[in-house]
Design a protein around this ligand. Structure first.
Ligand code: HEM
Length: 570
């Protein structure tokens, strides 16, 4: 009897691995052949960038692949992409976490849907309005100036460095000063770079708060999602989510322990930032009021948008009313939402929600922009003629020590074009994700069942030869208005920040930071790649970044005798 049951179990498991009913529902959509049990998961584990690009060439413009038992319908075509991104619902993101970490994660703007997403996006929006973003320019430029000082010894001594790590310190510095008014000190200290770079640091081996923060964010990015083998189990057995979660937490692997520690650290930092902001408000109120959510009158969006402040700088300007931190700081916009009820969902926004918004800003604002800037430096170092054109633009603008501001953005069309072209070639977010609506959706002539995960492969679209001539070439002229290259660009084929209601909320902020940083850096320095880095190896978890950093030597332009034409005078 036992033997028969075992055989029946094995037979059922074998049949389960073919997912016959599910696969039958998607049989009409072309795509790579799924393997037993794992589907096409292994291809995605090898490269979440190359596999979609290859499938796009073989099966495009729309295809279906399988993450274990989960079908994903993907496109590399701008017209189909528009139909996908216009939908506001993001497909469910699996999570292995339990308890407070699960509750913390369930507030993340990137993952939530419905009324909670709407209310949370409302809390973020005023900080990113067209009027508010430029006010961050001064702090961004001053962080870039710090980075320039930080690079000076390497330039003087001819040392090599991983510029991706140093740029990461810059973007964390910008997040701290612009969003929270806090100096994370990332550019002031350099303890052997233990804290930075690809999550190499175990949290226990770093000590200062800034080091801990950078280390835990790096760990988070490295270990989240498909980078974690247990996570892959959720795709193999999505119906058994609770069991997989239970096993993962009961018998955590070393990496999973690291990920939990990183999340905990982020939660703690987020909570500290919220509490500091509340304390600053209470101190300014002068009556001990801690802003505990009494302000639910919808004033959150009314702040001036002056982003220079937050917890650490709150004393500089009196708050407009109780419950608000420094006007215009990110947290000043978030704090008044504490205590609100979200429609008729029964959800009440609390301090954990606010802490998640603070941590979410750190996560979203740090690594994507760092990767984009580091990729731009790589592209320019590999294309000296484009670098020369950039240097000519900067030299025409002013002396090397003149710091750029948001008001100068129109003076740097080529710097902006270089940043955009690098976002095309190496989009830090590989895909935009949505869910097919109730009743299903027609895409590219195929009907896609309700609830299906829909993805725009941003990388595959940006490399689609149907829409980009010489897609592998770095050609910033594509983004210079009035050039023949720009005239060729298909509207909608460039989507590094996604699109629709869920378009990246930070895109203006990222563009400003990217251009101001490039200007400040290239006014003073150029960078040469160490050999062996072309073509660049990529790694993708939540974002796409360089797999092994970007190793360069730094050259001071004036000392090296650079001319406006950019070439070093030998
Ligand atoms: C070069 C830098 C950046 C890139 C390439 C990037 C890219 C993206 C992409 C592709 C999405 C998904 C959009 C969609 O599904 O349609 C996204 C969402 C998001 N981004 Fe960014 N991002 C960058 C910088 C930032 C910054 C600086 C912040 C803010 C601190 C930020 C905050 C967010 C948030 C909160 C979302 C989720 C929005 C929602 O679901 O409503 N990003 N980003």
């Amino acid at each position: 009897m036992l033997l028969e049951l075992a055989l029946l179990g094995i037979a059922l498991f074998i049949v389960y691995g073919f997912h016959p009913i599910k696969r039958w529902r998607y049989r009409h959509i072309p795509g790579p052949r799924p393997r037993w049990l794992v589907g096409n998961l292994l291809d995605m584990l090898v490269s979440q960038v190359e596999a979609p690009q290859r499938w796009g060439q073989q099966y495009g413009p729309i295809w279906c692949f399988w993450l274990g038992a989960v079908p994903v319908v993907m496109t590399n075509d701008p017209h189909i992409a528009r139909k996908i991104v216009v939908r506001p619902a993001r497909h469910k993101i699996f999570s292995l976490h339990v308890g407070v970490e699960e509750r913390f994660e369930s507030n993340n703007l990137v993952f939530i849907n419905g009324p909670l997403w709407k209310e949370t996006r409302n809390a973020w929006q005023p900080f990113f309005s067209p009027a508010a973003v430029p006010k961050n320019g001064e702090l961004m430029a001053s962080s870039a100036a710090k980075l320039c000082r930080h690079l000076a010894p390497a330039a003087a001594q001819g040392k090599t460095l991983d510029i991706w790590r140093d740029i990461g310190k810059l973007t964390m510095d910008v997040v701290g000063s612009c969003a929270f008014g806090v100096d994370f000190n990332t550019l002031e200290r350099d303890k052997g770079d233990k804290a930075a770079g690809g999550g190499q640091a175990a949290l226990g081996s770093v000590h200062t708060p800034a080091e801990r923060l950078v280390a835990c964010v790096n760990d988070f990015f490295e270990l989240f999602g498909l980078g974690n083998p247990i996570f892959a189990l959720l795709f193999l057995f999505p119906e058994c989510e609770h069991v997989v979660k239970w096993v993962a937490n009961a018998l955590p692997t070393r990496n999973f322990k690291r990920e939990i520690a990183a999340r905990r650290q982020l939660r703690i930092v987020g909570t500290e930032l919220v509490q500091q902001a509340r304390a600053a408000v209470a101190a300014e109120d002068g009556n001990g009021n801690n802003g505990s959510g009494s302000n639910t009158d919808g004033t959150a969006g009314s702040s001036s948008g002056a982003a220079h402040g937050g917890a650490g700088a709150a004393a500089a300007v009196p708050p407009k009313r109780r419950g608000e931190a420094r006007p215009g700081s990110f947290l000043s916009l978030v704090l008044p939402f504490i205590g609100r009820r979200v429609g008729d969902t029964g959800i009440r926004l609390d301090e954990l929600w606010a802490a998640n918004q603070a941590a979410g800003f750190i996560l979203a604002g740090y690594e994507t922009t760092a990767n984009a800037l580091a990729f731009t430096i790589y592209c320019l170092a590999h294309n000296p003629d484009k670098e020369a054109r950039l240097l000519a633009e900067l030299d025409g603008w002013g002396p090397p020590d003149r710091l750029p501001s948001a008001a100068d953005m129109d003076s740097f069309p080529y710097a902006a074009a270089c940043f955009q072209e690098s976002l095309r070639l190496f989009p830090p977010a590989a895909a935009a994700v949505r869910e097919a609506p109730a009743g299903g959706i027609q895409l590219g002539g195929f009907s896609v069942p309700a609830g299906t995960a829909l993805q725009v492969s941003i990388h595959a679209m940006h490399h689609n030869p149907r829409y980009w001539s010489h897609p592998e070439a770095f050609n910033p002229e594509r983004f210079m208005p009035g050039t023949p290259e720009a005239a060729e660009v298909t509207p909608g084929a460039f989507m590094p920040f996604g699109d629709g209601a869920r378009k990246c909320i930070g895109y203006r902020f990222a563009m400003l930071e990217g251009v101001l940083t490039l200007v400040a850096l290239y006014q003073q320095y150029t960078f040469k790649l160490l050999p062996g880095q072309v073509p660049l190896k990529l790694k993708t978890s939540l974002t796409t970044g360089p797999a092994n950093g970007i190793h360069v030597t730094v050259h001071h332009r004036r000392q090296e005798g650079y001319s406006a034409a950019g070439a070093p005078e030998e």
